[in-house]
Design a protein around this ligand. Structure first.
Ligand code: ADE
Length: 420
């Protein structure tokens, strides 16, 4: 095989958080798109994009900053590239099968009654397809989608301007809905509940309120922080749906679909390698396919086998479990500085040079879900798996504690079996 190049990470200037926020502003600032538009996007083949884009990853990233490769947050490059990859119908949408079945039924029922779909709240870690699914729902409803985000609806006039554009059965998508201002949230209540908005003019005794009727529309809210949504807002959604991490098989299907659209051939084993490093997240899976494609082009290979896929991803410092240098540093800091924990998230954040929100939203869900990290009442603690993954010896005390826990679980299982 050709010489295998090794690529570093992206510059600090484009740290995940900033890029995430920037790209969001680019894409989600009160845009409306018609069904035809979203289909056109979905059908666009990205051949124009097939030039290797290796230079974007060349600068070294100071430790503690996540490369954009594995960040589940959306980057400007994702926004540019993913349009062609987005599924446009529920049948094209892979994964979230229970949620999809429920939506399929509710959409069919709403359409048969000639009604708008009830309001939906999607929550879950970033990159799992909350926006994609919302676009799909709008498309399935033959409706227009208007995309915006909580922070951009600061003033009453932002909301009024937005709802003014709505037509019957349209979808209003508000990303980061937990970041709506109090004023915006209160203005939205009658819009959601009664399809009307109360406009106020004047001050003091001269205050006047005028109610403006709105067409029946569907609000889709998305958040990574369900706990930060007020009960009053949450209760106004007909559906409250959690998006789950994708299984290995689902990610494999997404990787195969994406490589087909991008025109790069991956063997089944290569698909498996990419899927297993995608952290349960389609956005990352798609990003890895693009990296592998660039790498294969660079090496002059037409077909990607498992060795090439593994070499490509390893050269971007993504290990066999999908951990990147920052994940490993997160675990290493806990092991080396805090005896494996438990330690508070703010302390870890300060040591890593990240903010605690980013750690909680972006890093931790995957590390916890995959058994590298535990959240305890006294803070975060690494598991024996973290030690073995980093080629460290599991401390005897941790081993003993794990054996004790296992015994307790076995005994509890035995007791409950005896009780039956
Ligand atoms: N691309 C990103 N997410 C996807 C999904 N869930 N199904 C198909 N393609 C996707």
């Amino acid at each position: 095989m050709a010489i295998i190049p090794s690529f570093g990470e992206e510059s600090n200037k484009t740290s995940r958080k900033k890029r995430g926020a920037d790209s969001e502003r680019e894409e989600i600032s009160q845009v409306s798109e018609s069904r035809a538009d979203s289909n056109a996007n979905a059908n666009t083949n990205s051949n124009k994009d097939s030039e290797p884009r290796l230079e974007q990853s060349n600068a070294q990233l100071p430790s503690g900053k996540r490369s954009t490769v594995l960040s589940a947050g959306e980057t400007a490059a994702d926004v540019r590239n993913d349009a062609a990859l987005r599924p446009s119908t529920l049948s094209e949408y892979i994964g979230q099968s229970r949620l999809k079945a429920m939506m399929q039924m509710s959409i069919a029922a709403a359409k048969s009654r000639g009604e708008a779909l009830d309001h939906v709240l999607f929550y879950g870690p970033p990159g799992l397809g909350k926006t994609t699914l919302s676009r799909v729902i709008a498309n399935e409803m033959n409706a227009k989608i208007h995309l915006t985000s909580g922070p951009s609806l600061e003033r009453p006039r932002d909301i009024i301007g937005l709802v003014h554009q709505l037509e019957a059965h349209d979808v209003l998508f508000i990303d980061e809905i937990h970041r709506l201002s109090r004023v915006a949230e209160e203005l939205l209540y009658p819009a959601i509940e009664d399809f009307a908005i109360d406009l106020t003019s004047g001050k003091g005794h001269a205050t006047r309120t005028m109610r403006l009727d709105l067409p029946k529309f569907t609000l889709i809210g998305a958040t990574t922080k369900a706990g930060m949504i007020s009960n009053a807002l949450r209760d106004r959604f007909g559906f409250v749906c959690r998006l789950e991490f994708y299984t290995h098989e689902e990610l494999g299907l997404i990787v195969a679909r994406t490589s087909g659209i991008l025109g790069i051939e991956l063997t089944d084993e290569a698909v498996h390698v990419v899927a297993s490093r995608a952290r349960g997240t389609p956005r990352i899976a798609n990003r890895l396919v693009r990296l592998v494609r660039d790498y294969a082009h660079y090496c002059g290979q037409a077909i990607v086998d498992k060795e090439l896929a593994a070499a490509a991803l390893t050269s971007y410092q993504i290990d066999s479990s999908g951990l990147d240098p920052t994940d490993r540093r997160f675990l290493q800091i806990l092991i080396d500085h805090y005896n494996g924990g438990p330690v508070g998230i703010e302390t870890i954040a300060a040591t890593l040079g990240e903010d605690s929100d980013t750690l909680e939203d972006v890093y931790e869900p995957f590390l916890i879900q995959n058994g590298f990290l535990q959240r305890t009442p006294r803070g975060r603690a690494v598991t024996p798996l973290a030690y073995t993954h980093l080629n460290r010896t599991v401390p005897a005390a941790l081993q003993a504690m794990q054996a004790l826990q296992l015994n307790l679980e076995l005994n509890n299982g035995q007791n409950s079996a005896d009780d039956k």
